[in-house]
Write a protein that binds this ligand. Structure first.
Ligand SMILES: [Zn+2]
Length: 329
């Protein structure tokens, strides 16, 4: 993917969006789109709001990164809510493996999520077929059910309705028009997934909102994906539908596996080894942090090729259920 030097410079200057909210927020305009990440996770660098962004040679997928301070604030609030609900003791920290993760996940009630799928297209462009939409939902069910490997996260999706909007402007720049199309198309409540397919320029494959943003911006809640990332789409190496799996992971409260890099509590999941950088492609192995464990290159919450992604961990499943209890139940 080609990167523009001027936009890259801009990307290096704009601060990270508060709480890593959706990419197209006011603080990161479309001009900041090319493959640069606000990672805030470099082991050698102290956290800073204008954290340098790093070029990734692969697909950046999204910009759903939080600075360590932002993640810490989110976690403190999440833990307060869970404590208030009598759901304390919510999982061990990074590196302190919880043997009980699998057991507690098996005890968790299945989360069944109705999906409102919104096709934004420009004439024939992006007007994905009903069969493709069904394949996307099916891919999400397989991913979250552990069907490709890893844990059964006990989350499932049912297609509730499909809307189709022929709008060349929205299709051409969904970041710019996010505040227009979302309130008009959004359906359901905090436990409904609104999934928008459209064209996304630059290197991005999608973006999401985090569950803790629902209360203040309910109409903006949801996930936007590049239509060509859907199963059978045209984006090479990223057309198995795992962009939706990945973005829905954020919608369910998961961070990137490289959140906070090698330091701190990482992605707040004990059984995903710490990872300094996003993974590009599909390396046979990669180990970027001194702490035990190789990088989780096959995890849906990394940036690897779709062809490389196979799994969530029990810890991620447990986190999804905790976050669901706090924010979407
Ligand atoms: Zn992401």
């Amino acid at each position: 993917m080609k990167l523009l030097a001027a936009a890259a410079l801009l990307a290096a200057l704009v601060p990270a969006a508060p709480f890593g909210q959706s990419a197209p927020s006011a603080s990161t305009g479309p001009s900041a789109r090319p493959g640069h990440e606000s990672r805030g996770d470099d082991c050698a660098r102290p956290p800073a709001s204008a954290e340098a962004r790093h070029r990734t040679d692969g697909h950046p997928r999204d910009r759903m990164d939080l600075s360590p301070a932002e993640a810490a604030a989110v976690e403190a609030r999440l833990n307060r809510i869970l404590d208030g609900l009598g759901q304390g003791g919510h999982g061990p920290g990074k590196g302190r493996h919880g043997a009980s993760e699998s057991a507690s996940l098996r005890r968790a009630a299945q989360i069944s999520i109705p999906v409102y799928f919104h096709v934004i297209h420009a004439g024939a462009k992006g007007n994905v077929s009903s069969a493709m939409i069904q394949r996307q939902i099916s891919t999400m069910n397989t991913s979250y059910g552990g069907g490709n490997g890893g844990a059964n996260a006990r989350v499932s999706f049912t297609l509730k309705a499909v809307s189709r909007t022929d709008n060349a402007a929205w299709f051409g720049d969904p970041e710019r028009y996010e505040g227009t199309y979302k309130p008009r198309l959004h359906k359901g409540d905090k436990s409904s997934l609104n999934l928008y397919s459209t064209y996304i320029g630059g290197d991005l494959l999608g973006w999401s909102t985090f569950p803790w943003k629902y209360k203040s911006e309910p109409q903006m809640d949801g996930v936007t994906i590049h239509y060509a990332s859907m199963p059978g789409g045209s984006i090479e190496n990223f057309n198995k539908g795992f962009s939706a799996t990945h973005e829905v992971g954020h919608w369910l409260g998961l961070y990137h596996t490289f959140q906070d890099g090698c330091s701190g509590e990482g992605d707040r999941v004990a059984d995903t080894p710490a990872e300094r950088d996003p993974t590009n492609g599909c390396p046979s192995s990669k180990d970027t942090c001194p702490t035990p464990g190789e990088d989780p290159v096959h995890n849906y919450m990394d940036y690897s090729y779709d062809t490389c992604m196979t799994s969530f961990t029990p810890g991620q499943g447990t986190r999804i259920h905790n976050v669901w209890t706090a924010y979407r139940a």
